[in-house]
Design a protein around this ligand. Sequence first.
Ligand code: B12
Ligand code: SF4
Ligand code: SF4
Length: 287
Amino acid sequence: MLSSSELTKTIVDKAISLGASVAGVADIESLKDSPSHRLYPKIGMNLDVPWQEVKDEDISDEVAWPNDALSAVIIGVAHPIEEPELDWWDGRGTSGNRILMRINEELSEWIENNFSIKTYKLPYLIEKGGIFLKDAAVMAGLGCIGQNNLVLTPGYGPRIRFRALLLDRKAEAPGPLEFNPCQDCGQPCRKACPVKAFENTVYLTDDAGQLLLPGLDGTYDRVTCNLKMEQDIEDAVMDMQAGQEESQALRQAIDKFEEGGMAKQHAESDYCVKYCRRCELSCPVGQ
Ligand code: B12
Ligand code: SF4
Ligand code: SF4
């Protein structure tokens, strides 16, 4: 049987050979205690109101970890500035995420067939059983959280997307990297935000009960950022040049789809949301 360090190396090499730009392993016990996993039971997932106003019924206790899962494999696929279409949302997902899903699927099958290890392919959304991918990527040694609240990888900066697979076997987890490019940077990421989502401190250490917060110091406002995401959806609907009534019906159908209520209605359409990435694209790391 492979040692835990050999297992990590073998899995990482395989992920890269399948098309991942980076891959690493995080230990699940440490992940359960990571900043997002600790903050989540206090703030929930309602992006429409400030976290202090979120109702108790909108807060689920914690991420649904399978009982026997011991390690998390995190894969990342670079989303370079020259390939913006990887991040465009077409109503079913993005082409970048479909690449991640394909690699995760093939990696899972290969691990199960070769090592009799059980794997869990995780969905994207926390509400659907996903985990906090940025914490997982940092704990897997793939990068650090930047002032833009995104994972900065040495090779690709923040221009990368992640996906995860859980294993019921321990694979060696190297832990976080020594990497802090924000130290001597003038924060173009924060200045680039069109809705000033980094202007106010919306999480205080005393209220949240922890030191590591969104935007590192509590100055990333997810409600404000999400308003821009909503605007991006509106813009995509307008771009389809439908009539007023048609636009409204389309928007309602899209909302239903985003809530998971509809399958492929927009697959053949020209619906395409170009979600904001300004805090990401303005970061010089990995350019
Ligand atoms: C919900 C969600 C959103 C929501 C809410 C975001 C939020 N941060 O609350 C909205 C729609 C607004 C959004 C926006 C965006 N998102 Co988003 N989003 C997610 C999702 C599904 C969950 C994120 C979440 O709720 N985090 C928990 C909240 C409470 O914490 P947080 O704000 O992230 O802050 C935590 C970290 O900073 C962490 N932290 C701080 N310091 C440290 C230090 C260490 C050592 C560690 C371990 C952790 C840590 O602690 C904080 C909590 O205390 C993830 C996918 C996933 N399953 O993880 C993608 C994800 C985070 N999004 C992603 C992206 C790219 C975006 C956007 C650029 C939009 C786009 N074009 O895709 C913007 C960027 C906004 C920003 N600057 O943060 C990527 C990030 C990739 C990367 N390189 O980091 C992810 C991982 C998806 C993916 N496919 O890879 N998103
Ligand atoms: S632009 Fe990049 S390196 Fe500079 S502060 Fe922002 S996240 Fe850090
Ligand atoms: S994704 Fe856009 S709106 Fe959200 S924080 Fe970044 S720059 Fe601001």
